[in-house]
Structures are given as structure tokens and as C-alpha cells.
Write a protein that binds this ligand. Structure first.
Ligand code: NAP
Length: 333
């Protein structure tokens, strides 16, 4: 099969379009014929070697973390899926590889594709949808009437997280640049801060939850817009000791995580704020909940551009440039 592979860790190095062996699904996996694959910054970061400590992939490997497609083979222990099912998923770490004609996915990480979505739309959902779900519901326990600040509302995570937070009944503030103000308002954001002309720290007060996806300076400022008892959840680092435990990292990696996050944890503690780092995980049952919200019309996909499969490197470069409005997809079928 055709696939885009990483041969060595290097920033901005093009992926190699290669002829690879057809993958064999494990007993608890199905083989998915890929119709569309979502592109994520995580792909660029892994290729650049930024995640080597957390996710030590053996080279060469196929990149890609989001898939929508059709089940073409079923492992003997799979119970919930059959040949021909239209499905979508964020495959598990170490089983990624959706920039390919076929990818095996664990049954427990898979869900039926929302009927109302095209394959391209479905491929835009899993990684960012699960990230928003795990941050706002699993970690923050966001409730009706609470105030949440979601940074970068026009990005892949932001476009989904704003809609999820509104569905939960929260009051949503977000940041974006002038050109995307209408987009985030259309998604339901109540307070929109144009970061080109305003500093969010001057506008926001007493927030219950912040979803941080930007740099260290933004993380530090976020502490000052939260109220005592509030929650700061960061998806862009620094990782905390809890995360080290979660992934059973070796001792020295745990120590690095403890040191990297000691500053923000200390400042958060001083203000009575809970700090936590989130690295999203594959999860089929949460994805089924997301399917229900999409089919009920509560959440709509936000797609910026669709590239043909042959242009996967261009798609990745577009995402890396940091200006995507919603998601970027590569189409195979
Ligand atoms: N830990 C995890 O599990 C996890 C999961 C998903 C993503 N992430 C991380 O979260 C971050 C966001 O991911 P993403 O997929 O949403 O990224 P993305 O879609 O590539 O983000 C692009 C968007 O960010 C906006 N943006 C750029 N600089 C901004 C700023 N200073 N303030 C506000 N908005 C800004 C851009 O809007 P303008 O063009 O208007 O500037 C653009 O719409 C990345 O670092 C990613 O690696 C982590």
C-alpha cells in the first residue's frame, strides 16, 4: 500500500511517499480502508522529534492520527464492528499511521462514523474532539453557567471546544485574530478577544476554567484570569508529574516533567488554582458520545482545506504554518 513515512526525525523534512507492506490487524483490531485523514500539529511535532521522550517511535514509521474510512478486515476478537462499517477514529499511540491506504485500529478506539458527515468531515473530528472532551468534561467537569476561556478559538481544537462548551451551557471566551472574529462568534463564543488589538488579561476576570494551547507566557497570564478554585488545563505543556505516572514514563523522564512544570504548579498552588497537563488519548466510547452530539446537530465540523493524498506534505506544511481555520484533511477516496 501507499503511505507517507518518517525516515528520520527532522523538523520540516518531507515525509517519504513509500510502498509499504499491507498491515495485519491484531486480534482486537479492524483494518480500515482510509478514505480521509485529518492532519494535526502533533504529526509535525512527532516528525520533528519533539515527542521522542514521550512517544519513542521506531523508525521508519507511518504518520497520521485521524481516520475516517471503511472496515475491510476484522480481527477474531472484535465484537462490535463488521466488514463494510463506516468508521472513524484517533488510533492509539504506537498504532498511528493514517497517512496510508490502510490502517489497523483497535476496536476500543473506534466508533461508527456520524451518518450526517462525509468522510472528510468525519476525519476532522477524532483527535480535536477527544481533546476537547477530555479537557472540558473529563478533567474540568465544566458545568452550565461556568465561565471558560478557550484559547485560539479558530484552530482545530478551538473550533470544536467552543461548540462543546456551549453545548454544556458554559459562557465561552476565546482569542483569535481580526480575520477570524466572525468565525468564532458563529461557533457560539460569547466573548471574543482579538489578540492583535487586545490583551485577554485586561478583559477576562474570575474564570472557572482555561484551556491553554499557546506558549509559556500565555500560560502564566492565564493564571491571572482564573478565580480561586479554578482549573488551568494545558494541552501545549509543560507536562506534569501526574502525566508521567499516567504513561509509566521512566524515572528520569518523570523528573524532567516535574522540573518543567514546577514553576507553573507553584504559582497555581499559590492562587488556589489546579494545574494539569493533558495529552489526549484514543477512546472509542467518548467518540461515540461525540457522534451523538454531531448527529443531534450540537456540533458541526469546521474544515479549512482538503488536500489530495499525494499532497500530504503540503497539507502538513499548511498546518505547521499555524493559520488554519479549523481542520485540514487529506482525501484518499
Ligand atoms: N496535548 C494534546 O493532547 C493536544 C491535542 C491537540 C492539540 N494540541 C496542541 O494544541 C495546540 C493547538 O492545536 P490546534 O490543532 O488547535 O492548532 P491549529 O489548528 O494549528 O491552530 C491554528 C489556529 O491558532 C490560532 N492562533 C495562532 N496564534 C494564536 C494566538 N497567539 N492567540 C490565539 N489564537 C492563535 C490561529 O488563528 P489566527 O490565524 O487568527 O492567529 C489559527 O486559527 C497545538 O500546540 C497542538 O499541538 C495538544
Amino acid at each position: 500500500m501507499k503511505a507517507f513515512a518518517v525516515d528520520r526525525y527532522q523538523k520540516q523534512a518531507p515525509l517519504r511517499l513509500a510502498e509499504m507492506p499491507t498491515p495485519e490487524p491484531h486480534e482486537d483490531e479492524v483494518l480500515v480502508e482510509v478514505h480521509a485523514a485529518g492532519v494535526n500539529l502533533l504529526d509535525a511535532k512527532i516528525r520533528g522529534g519533539e515527542f521522542k521522550l514521550i512517544l519513542p517511535y521506531r523508525l521508519p514509521f507511518i504518520l497520521g492520527h485521524d481516520v475516517a474510512g471503511v472496515v475491510v478486515k476484522v480481527g477474531p476478537r472484535v465484537r462490535q464492528f463488521k466488514l463494510g462499517d463506516e468508521v472513524y477514529a484517533r488510533p492509539d499511540d504506537f498504532r498511528i499511521g493514517t497517512f496510508a491506504e490502510l490502517v489497523p485500529v483497535r476496536e476500543t478506539s473506534l466508533a461508527l462514523k456520524p451518518r450526517s458527515l462525509t468522510m472528510e468531515e468525519a476525519a476532522s473530528i477524532p483527535l480535536v474532539g477527544l481533546t476537547a472532551w477530555q479537557a472540558l468534561i473529563a478533567k474540568a467537569n465544566l458545568k452550565k453557567g461556568q465561565k471558560v476561556f478557550i484559547q485560539a478559538g479558530s484552530g482545530g481544537v478551538g473550533t470544536f471546544a467552543i461548540q462543546l462548551a456551549k453545548h454544556l451551557g458554559a459562557n465561552v471566551a476565546t482569542t483569535t485574530s481580526t480575520a477570524n472574529v466572525a468565525l468564532v462568534k458563529g461557533l457560539g463564543a460569547d466573548v471574543v478577544i482579538d489578540y492583535k488589538t487586545q490583551d485577554f488579561e485586561d478583559v477576562l476576570r474570575d474564570y472557572d476554567v482555561v484551556l491553554n494551547s499557546q506558549d509559556g507566557k500565555t500560560l502564566e497570564k492565564s493564571l491571572r484570569v482564573l478565580k480561586g478554585g479554578g482549573k488551568l488545563i494545558s494541552i501545549s505543556g509543560p507536562p506534569d508529574p501526574e502525566f508521567g505516572k499516567d504513561i509509566a514514563a521512566p524515572g528520569f523522564v518523570k523528573l524532567v516533567m516535574r522540573l518543567l512544570s514546577s514553576g507553573v504548579r507553584r504559582k497555581a498552588q499559590g492562587r488556589g488554582i489546579g494545574y494539569s497537563f493533558l495529552f489526549m488519548k484514543a477512546n472509542g466510547s467518548q467518540l461515540r458520545e461525540i457522534t451523538r452530539l454531531i448527529e443531534a446537530g450540537a456540533i458541526h465540523p469546521a474544515i479549512d482545506r482538503v488536500f489530495p493524498f499525494e499532497s500530504t506534505n503540503e497539507a502538513l506544511a499548511y498546518v505547521e504554518a499555524g493559520r488554519a481555520k479549523g481542520k485540514v484533511i487529506v482525501r484518499l477516496k
